[in-house]
Ligand binder design. Structure first.
Ligand SMILES: Nc1ncnc2c1ncn2[C@@H]1O[C@H](COP(=O)(O)OP(=O)(O)O)[C@@H](O)[C@H]1O
Ligand SMILES: [Mg+2]
Length: 257
């Protein structure tokens, strides 16, 4: 069984149909890259998976459990959404770190809130803080930024900020980590260091969905690729299939750009 099953997701903004029935599966430990022109609905799809938007139609299952069904009000209730969104993490194009907090605080704050909500925070606040700080330091060491734990986001390069944003998302231990063009605000050198971190996460077995303009990344660092065009999945398959023998004329012309 696939870890993630997405069926017939549709999303309209007013009269505009932005997602027109998106269906795909993703297995555990796999990386899915989503490519496609600007405006094809990639960000909207990630936002629907993370419940920042609510799909108008269709359903989302994780581990065989239906966590969202547009036709089932119970799965759309704020409490259900709040609980089920923890299946997903999202790293944005623009890092979105809290500027007033240090790197380590950026990592521990959201995790602290989550632990408090689950009741863990009541046990011993000091112990919990120490545990999360230790987890945060382990992640910072993994991404090569342990020495920046007390720095503020404005003191870091864009690439470093994005690596911290990735570590922050990992602190919440999502089942599926999503990236929305994580390197498009970065110059080529910094892009490399961020893609390197994502490749390391793949090697460590993380399940990820990466919306990207980096065709080399999609080709070499993913298990599946989806090409979106005008709100539909125009073509999907292995990187070899999509890049080696693209079938759809729209994909062919996209790849020639
Ligand atoms: N909140 C919104 N309100 C109205 N239209 C939106 C909104 N978000 C996205 N859109 C429209 O949906 C389409 C797809 O956008 P988006 O998902 O951002 O595409 P992509 O990420 O592939 O560039 C665009 O035409 C965009 O203008
Ligand atoms: Mg986008």
């Amino acid at each position: 069984m696939a870890l993630l099953e997405v069926r017939e997701l549709k999303k309209n903004f007013g009269e505009t149909e932005v997602l027109k029935g998106i269906s795909f599966d993703l297995n555990a430990n796999e990386v899915l890259s989503i490519i496609g022109s600007s405006g094809s609905g990639k960000t909207t799809l990630l936002r629907c998976l993370n419940f920042l938007e609510h799909a108008d139609h269709g359903c989302i299952s994780v581990d065989g459990k239906r966590i969202y069904d547009a036709a089932d009000p119970a799965t759309r209730a704020p409490k259900a959404i709040h609980k089920n969104r923890t299946n997903f993490g999202l790293v944005f194009q623009s890092f979105n770190l809290f500027p007033q907090y240090s790197v380590l605080e950026n990592l521990t704050l959201a995790a602290m809130l989550k632990a408090k909500e689950s009741g863990e925070g009541k046990i011993n606040k000091k112990e919990l803080k120490e545990k999360l700080e230790q987890q945060g330091m382990e992640l910072l060491t993994r991404i090569g930024l342990a020495d920046k734990k007390d720095a503020y986001p404005c003191m870091l390069s864009g690439g470093q900020q994005q690596r911290v944003a990735i570590a922050r998302a990992l602190m919440l231990t999502p089942r599926i980590l999503c990236f929305d063009e994580p390197t498009s605000a970065l110059d080529p050198e910094l892009t490399k260091e961020v893609l390197h971190v994502i490749k390391d996460l793949r090697a460590a077995g993380n399940t990820m969905i990466v919306v990207t303009h980096e065709m080399e990344f999609a080709k070499n660092a993913s298990d599946k690729v989806i090409f979106m065009s005008k709100g539909v999945i125009e073509e999907s398959g292995t990187p070899e299939e999509l890049f080696g023998s693209p079938k759809s004329p729209v994909l062919r012309s996209f790849l020639m750009q």
